[in-house]
Each structure stands twice: as structure tokens, then as C-alpha cells.
Write a new protein. Structure first.
Length: 201
């Protein structure tokens, strides 16, 4: 191989390795994940019903910002996976679905976002996507007392729109503890669900 071809190959390799960049989540970002992915969360409703969310693991990966870019930016995602009740089961019979419970991810603008995909028995949190961690970090914390304990680091999460508020499973408020995660959620019909037990499996 002559010197010119070697130089050309070297330039191509340098371009391929330098043009695509990665944006990682910071340690402070990851503190927003209060789960290890092996927890079972049991909730009781104000009407005497029970429901369970099984966290089934984690997934850490880099997704391209735009797959069509020649050199896409790779964005880090950290996901908690879960098995949870279908909010609209066929024939009204309870069944479980598997999917993401929450996703923490970096963006091309170097901001980080939280996406909460919470579903349960006749309950769904609409609008839990793309919650800016910078905005969440300045939200005033409130206290909440349940039969388990008193939490002093609660953030109230509400849907960004009322587009699906006519549905019976519409959640109006989620009570999120920065240190322990989902603690309670209120539905539009006045029913609420509270965490009564959490354990690792």
C-alpha cells in the first residue's frame, strides 16, 4: 500500500470515529431512578381493590438521534422494564402486559428527560413523556402521608393535556417520591391508589 492510499484510509477512519458522538446521562440524572429493576410494587385502592406492578429488569443502551443521519448522535437511555395490568383488558378480564415503566434519556440538546409509562387496573397516566429533569428539579416538593410512612420529597405530576380525560382510566395526578418512586395516583372519578408494599424479588 502506497503512502497516499494509507493516508486516505487513515482520514476515512478518523472521520468515521470522530463525526458520530455520544451524549451520556450524568450521575445526577441517574439519581432520578429510585429502582433497581427487581422490585414488586403493591397498590391498594380507596375502594378496596389491589393491583401489582412487577419490575422486571433494566436496559441501558445508546439510540441514534436520527437513524437517517450519516453520523447520528448516540443518546444514552436507561430504562426500567415492567409487567403491569392492562388498563383496557378485552372482555374486562384482567391480564398483564410487558413494557417500559420508565425511561431516562439524554437528548441532542444535552438536556435529560424522564418518560413515565405508568399503567394499571383501569388506570393510565397520559402525558408522562419528555419531562425535563431541569424543570422537575425546581418543582416545589410536598409531603404525603400514607399507611406506610410519611414522604417529604413528593413531586406532583399531572398530564400535559386533557385530551383523554373522557376515558374512565384517566389519571389526574401522580405522586412521585424522588427517593422511592411512585407512591400514589388519583383518578378523575375520585378513586385513588396508594403503595402499600414494596419488596425486591
Amino acid at each position: 500500500m502506497n503512502k497516499l492510499k494509507f493516508t486516505q484510509y487513515l482520514i476515512i477512519i478518523l472521520l468515521l470515529t470522530s463525526c458520530g458522538k455520544s451524549i451520556k446521562l450524568s450521575e445526577d440524572d441517574l439519581k432520578w431512578i429510585p429502582y433497581k429493576g427487581n422490585e414488586t410494587l403493591i397498590f391498594n385502592s380507596s375502594t378496596g381493590d389491589a393491583d401489582t406492578i412487577f419490575l422486571t429488569g433494566t436496559d441501558q443502551r445508546f439510540n441514534p438521534s436520527d437513524p437517517l443521519d450519516v453520523f447520528p448522535t448516540k443518546l444514552e437511555h436507561f430504562t426500567i422494564l415492567a409487567k403491569y395490568s392492562d388498563p383496557n383488558p378485552p372482555s374486562g378480564k384482567q391480564r398483564y402486559l410487558e413494557g417500559e415503566f420508565l425511561d431516562l434519556f439524554a437528548s441532542k440538546d444535552k438536556l435529560s428527560y424522564l418518560s413515565l409509562n405508568h399503567m394499571g387496573k383501569d388506570a393510565r397516566f397520559y402525558g408522562g413523556e419528555f419531562m425535563d429533569l431541569m424543570d422537575l428539579s425546581i418543582v416545589k416538593l410536598t409531603s404525603l402521608t400514607t399507611q406506610l410512612k410519611t414522604y417529604n420529597d413528593i413531586i406532583l405530576l399531572t398530564p400535559k393535556s386533557n385530551e383523554y380525560s373522557d376515558r374512565s382510566n384517566f389519571i389526574v395526578t401522580e405522586y412521585w417520591s424522588k427517593s422511592e418512586g411512585l407512591i400514589r395516583y388519583d383518578k378523575k372519578d375520585g378513586e385513588y391508589w396508594e403503595l402499600v408494599r414494596r419488596y425486591a424479588h
